[in-house]
Design a protein around this ligand. Structure first.
Ligand code: WTA
Length: 664
């Protein structure tokens, strides 16, 4: 225990209970957890930090199948931004996810498809998956997709999304998935930035009983993407959709033409596997690039040790394949380990709030993984909805945002019936896989703490003012990592300078996460949230600058400032302050137009929850918008605004306060 006399910086850590892996979970375990004790974790962790090459070489050979072995385990450095792993090694991702399991046991279920309407789903075995993937790989090849080309995916949560991922990697191409909730404008920007020539989509999507016009959105996006030569369309609903002959091809018609096996392309360890666009503190989304071997290893390792995946498990991650959680934990981790993964098309609220629990019961799910935002919704709906029998559940994961202690406890007691371990996993699009997280069956947990670093992750708490690392326990600062790990992003597509500036040049020699964090008296990590202009709404990462840029596109907007405010249901919510151009009148209709503008430019999930039309924004004399003041006003902390005399117009503050009050 730490020094009790000292006032702890991480105050809550002293007050919370520590939960050990539940005995009942160990009792019902099909065998035993992969690690036997916390001491074993500590010993291996130490090796992974002091002898990373030895540690990772062993793990890479154990968990991945290589066509050619590697010689150089790790090269490059964080300081130089040229990290590479397993050089000379060769392998193929789809072979590792599909073929090796299909050869051993073709009838094992790979995908459990749970359609939007209960009872409309189906299962796909590894043998079937290999055939489907091969056919689509053939189709893509015939469309002219070559090794290294990027292919955009704009698909709902259906098995074909996973087939598309795997078909692309099978021929050595690079997938670039765009979440099917993004607008046509956002899709266009991503297709252009990645220079994708092929887009894979569906006629429509179906989610929570509602239809989503995916093909129509693709058509709109592609009006400004002259280089896209082909669109492969999966028929999901059979809706009547516009068709561009010569460019658009039906999935079901194309796959019939080609054989059900195509050899996987041999790839180098460091060849790109995928791009995934994510929001940063500036307006333009970044195409975060992951490479083949390192990323696969991170996915397999965390699947094995964080979720304690064993043969025969049925793994259910509720994330969408449009985000990193869906990439790593719907697709890569479970399939690399040869277990069944649930692909859920719908929402936790349709047809009612029991949906997740009924899926878990029906498919005897062993690990479940979801964002706290869904848990908050379901907790609020009431315990009566959690009647399903879920005796197989061993691990309950949380991801994407901090989980409040009362939600954590509800998850543990009401959903898990104290027979499953909660793992609060901290990571990012850029880290590829979980980086600070408990290991199921091994790590003691404290509600609200992501606990301890994963293998190979050497966290540092840095004083943001001095830029110096703060050693010891009971400290608070910003979170960085001190050495490279296999699944870290290698670059931002076409913008390596931006990669360096965002992650590696902020504190030289470290990878900077952009999150604040504390390390408590026992060395447990507590994630505080972003220290940059990124807001987290329902686990979706949004950039305030990107939303501001969307608002400015509206002809009546002179200036806009967007801030994140605490929200009971969505974690944070987007609030926008808009100064309008002369000649425009503030009205509800105009506020609605602004919200629509954001929906159109980015997507419905980024829409501001409140829009305040104000005479001007609080700015310094040099023109910098003081978002801090706006945040304080929204939090009702008008008495703590600090010195406002440095503003170019200090009287604006009272006017903004009045606007906010009047609209409440
Ligand atoms: C936040 C999602 C607290 C954090 C996997 C991070 C979390 C951002 C947690 C990355 C957690 C993720 N506790 N905060 N367990 N997990 N975050 O790229 O702010 O969509 O920087 O990846 O989510 O969001 P991204």
């Amino acid at each position: 225990m730490g020094d009790q006399a000292k006032t702890p910086v991480v105050a809550e850590a002293h007050l919370v209970d520590t939960f050990h892996p539940p005995q009942k979970m160990l009792d019902k375990h099909p065998s035993k957890p992969h690690l036997s004790s916390l001491e074993e974790y500590q010993q291996l962790y130490k090796e992974s930090i002091t002898e990373p090459e030895k540690y990772w070489a062993r793990k890479a050979r154990e968990l991945l199948t290589w066509t050619r072995d590697f010689e150089t385990v790790r090269s490059g450095s964080l300081a130089n931004g040229d990290v590479a792993w397993f050089l000379e090694g060769q392998l193929n991702a789809s072979y590792n996810l599909v073929d090796r399991h299909a050869f051993k046991d073709p009838n094992r279920v790979a995908i459990i498809y749970e359609a939007d309407e209960p009872n409309e789903g189906r299962n796909l075995t590894y043998g079937e998956l290999l055939r489907e993937v091969s056919k689509v790989a053939y189709v893509l090849k015939k469309m002219g997709v070559r090794k290294g080309d990027t292919v955009a995916i704009y698909l709902p949560m259906i098995p074909e999304a996973i087939i598309a991922f795997l078909a692309i990697s099978r021929i050595g191409a690079v997938h670039s998935v765009v979440f099917a909730g993004f607008s046509a404008d956002s899709l266009r920007d991503r297709v252009l930035d990645a220079q994708s020539k092929v887009v894979i989509t569906s006629d429509e999507g179906k989610r929570g009983g509602k239809l989503i016009g995916t093909k129509k959105i693709v058509d709109d996006a592609l009006k400004q993407c002259p280089d896209v030569s082909s669109v492969l369309v999966f028929k999901r609903t059979g809706a009547d959709i516009p068709w561009t002959p010569g460019r658009d091809l039906w999935w079901h018609e194309e796959v019939e033409k080609w054989p059900s096996y195509i050899a996987p392309e041999v790839m180098n360890a460091e060849d790109p596997l995928f791009l995934l666009y994510t929001s940063g503190s500036t307006g333009k989304p970044k195409g975060v690039m992951h490479t083949t071997a390192g990323y696969l290893l991170g996915a397999a390792m965390t699947g094995k040790y964080v979720f304690d995946i064993h043969d025969g498990d049925r793994y259910f991650c509720g994330g969408d394949v449009g985000w990193i959680t869906g990439h790593t934990y719907v697709v890569y981790a479970p399939l690399l380990l040869g277990v069944s993964t649930v692909v859920f098309e719908g929402t936790p609220a349709y047809p009612n709030f029991s949906r997740y629990w009924e899926i878990i019961e029906k498919h005897k799910v062993t690990q479940f993984y979801v964002a706290p935002t869904a848990l908050r919704l379901l907790k609020r709906a009431g315990d009566d909805f959690v009647k399903a029998r879920m005796p197989e559940l061993r691990v309950l994961g949380s991801v994407g945002e901090p989980i409040a202690a009362e939600v954590w406890k509800w998850y543990f007691e009401v959903v898990g019936r104290e027979e499953a371990q909660i793992v609060d996993t901290y990571w990012q699009t850029e880290t590829g896989s979980n980086v600070i997280t408990p290991l199921a069956g091994v790590t003691p947990t404290k509600p609200g703490s992501a606990s301890l670093p994963f293998f190979g992750i050497e966290p540092a708490i840095i004083d943001p003012v001095s830029g110096e690392e703060i050693h010891g326990n009971d400290v608070e600062g910003v979170l960085a990592f001190k050495q490279p790990w296999p699944s870290m992003a290698r670059t931002v597509w076409g913008a390596h300078k931006r990669y360096m500036e965002t992650y590696l040049n902020v504190y030289k020699g470290y990878y900077f996460t952009g999150d604040g964090a504390g390390r408590d008296h026992e060395g447990f990590y507590w994630i505080r949230g972003r220290v940059d202009d990124v807001v987290n709404v329902s686990g979706h990462r949004l950039s305030t600058a990107e939303i501001e840029a969307a608002l400015i596109e509206h002809h009546a907007v002179a200036e806009a400032a967007v801030v994140g405010v605490a929200d009971e249901l969505t974690g944070q919510a987007v609030n926008a302050f808009v100064a309008i151009k002369d000649g425009n009148e503030s009205s509800d209709a105009l506020r609605k137009e602004f919200i629509l503008q954001v929906r159109k430019s980015i997507g419905p999930f980024a829409a501001p929850k409140a829009v305040y039309i104000v005479p001007d924004l609080p700015k310094t004399r040099s023109g910098k918008i003081m978002r801090r003041i706006l945040r304080k006003i929204l939090a009702g902390e008008e008495d703590q605004l600090g010195d406002v005399t440095t503003l170019s117009d200090p009287t604006i503050v009272d006017k903004i306060i009045k606007t906010v009050h009047e609209s409440r």
